[in-house]
Structure formats: C-alpha cells, structure tokens
Design a protein around this ligand. Sequence first.
Ligand SMILES: [Zn+2]
Length: 222
Amino acid sequence: MAKFTLGRTPQNDIVIDDPSISREHAFITLVSDQEILIEDRDSTYGTFINNREIKSGHSKPFDDLKFGRKEISAAEIFEHVRTITNLSRTDFNEEFKNLEIRFVEYDKQRNKLALTANQKSLQTRLIASVGAAAVVIVLTILLPKEYKVAMGGLSAVLVTVILMISANKNSDMQIKQKLTELQWDYETILACPKCQLPLVSRSYAHWKTKKRCPKCNALWVK
Ligand SMILES: [Zn+2]
C-alpha cells in the first residue's frame, strides 16, 4: 500500500497551495481502487470527511473532503494518488489485457451501426422505386397520348434520382455522425492505461504487437 503526503510545501506528494493547509497536513494511503485512508498530521485547521473532523478516517471517491478550509472532492485526491502511483509504475500488462474486451465492445457497436446503414439504404431504394413506379403509372393514365412515353419516362427517372440521392445522403450523414460520437465515447476508454494515449483508431491486435506504449513506454505485453 502506497502512502503519500499532502501539504502546502513542494516536498509533499500532493501539494495544495492554500494558507489554511499546514506544511505537513496529512498522510494519504491508497487502500484499494475505491478507498483511501486519510491521517491528519496534527494540522492547524484540521481535516474533514463529509464535514466531520477526523484524526484518521477512510474515504470513498464520492466523499467531500476538506483540508484546512480548502474543500476538495475525494475523487480529485484519488486522481492525484493514481497519477503518482502510475508515474512510478511501468508494468501495465493487467490493465492492457482488460482493454481487449472493451475493443471487442467497440467493434460490435460499430458493426451494428454499419449494418443499420445498409438496411436503411436498402429500404430507401425500395421506397424510391415504388414511388417512381407510382409516378409512371399516374402519368401514363393522365397525359395525352403523344406525351405519354417521353414525359412519363423522364419524370420517373427524375423522381427516382432525387429520392435516392436525398435519402441516402441523409442516412449516410446520420451514420457518420453516430460513428464519430461512438469514437468520442471510446476515446478515453480505449487509451493507454498509463498515459491515456488514445488507441481507438487502430485494433487491439495492432497495439498488442507493439508490446509497449509508443508514447510513455509503459509495458503492455510481457
Ligand atoms: Zn502510454
């Protein structure tokens, strides 16, 4: 279990520059992913978890913390501690392994979108064809004999082309938009567990062959 110091002066692991925070204010120990132990080091203005003053207490990421008069969410302290812990660590094999399932999820959702796009454009074509056929039939009935063939044919072609272009463009754009949004959603998930380098643009298999992060050199594959 890693233990860190929190205080006002730069030699602390977590530095908070606030006059109400003592030079050596508290110890922070990362107990688990979801729990820290906070120990007050006889600070002048005290340490609080959810507005209760503590000498020593456990905190979860959603607690409200106060060091002296400085309010800080526990989530922020967790983030700090994780960053510090990660800085000194190079082996991210376990975390990288866990990414595989997230890559699979992402691929599944992308394929689903592509499939929907295909079905939609098929539907559009069908509707356009039926519409065009209807126009041809109506014109054939209504127009005087001498125009029938020429006008009917021309109108049908025009209607079909317009319908197909507009409908397809719309659904293509919607799908593209959805794919982009999906990529945004996964940008922070499919990332190097150490430096957060986005990995979403390539496959898991591709990154696996690299064995190490090209940016921070963290070990991905042993
Ligand atoms: Zn990295």
